[in-house]
Design a protein around this ligand. Structure first.
Ligand code: AMP
Length: 176
């Protein structure tokens, strides 16, 4: 099987100068690579009670749906502002490039439900932190956060550590 890291395409200066965009679509397009990354992300939570995976739009949907299927649990979409059709709660956050708001349906997470957050990449940790806050505002229990890629030089994982959230990434890339 191909080395998973080699399946990530790096696009310099996208979406703006100075950003090295780590493109996971090349990994998703590789049947063995996609299967392997889903298996690794799910393996850590086998035997851990998880009620639902909360996947962050949009690449977190692709990963999160497959991981929820492996774990035999539900899936909650965490979407950009204005996309969900029913009553929502929102949380503002700062991206590596800009600010935004993510939302979940107001009834998506019940009290004490155990939720695993999934996204493709953690950079500043702002998006993941906003997802943690949304789930906790619903009195849900964040059992962990799982990513394909960590950018340790940006250090977003520290924000999750500070929130008391256990997290993992399949691989890391140095630099920004
Ligand atoms: P952050 O909130 O700074 O941790 O940013 C994480 C979110 O932004 C994820 O949903 C990523 O898909 C996206 N993102 C941030 N930086 C990058 C990057 N260098 N390459 C690809 N995606 C990125």
């Amino acid at each position: 099987m191909s080395d998973l890291k080699s399946l990530i395409r790096t696009i310099p200066d996208h979406p703006k100068p100075g950003i090295l965009f780590r493109d996971v679509t090349t990994l998703f397009g590789d049947a063995q690579g996609f299967k392997a990354v889903i298996e690794q992300m799910a393996a850590r939570y086998r035997g851990v009670p998880v009620d639902a995976v909360a996947g962050i739009e949009a690449r977190g949907f692709i990963l999160g749906g497959a991981i929820a299927d492996k774990l035999g649990c539900g899936f909650i979409p965490v979407r950009k502002k204005g996309k969900l059709p029913w009553e929502t709660i929102g949380q503002e956050y700062t991206l590596e490039y800009g600010t935004d708001v993510i939302e979940i349906h107001a009834d998506a997470v019940a009290k004490d439900e155990r939720i695993l957050i999934v996204d493709d990449l953690i950079a500043t940790g702002g998006t993941a932190e906003a997802a943690v806050k949304l789930i906790r505002r619903c009195e849900g229990d964040v059992v962990g956060a799982s990513f394909v890629i960590d950018l340790p030089d940006i250090g977003g994982g520290k924000r999750l550590d500070d929130l008391g959230v256990t997290w993992q990434a399949v691989m890391a890339f140095g630099g920004h």
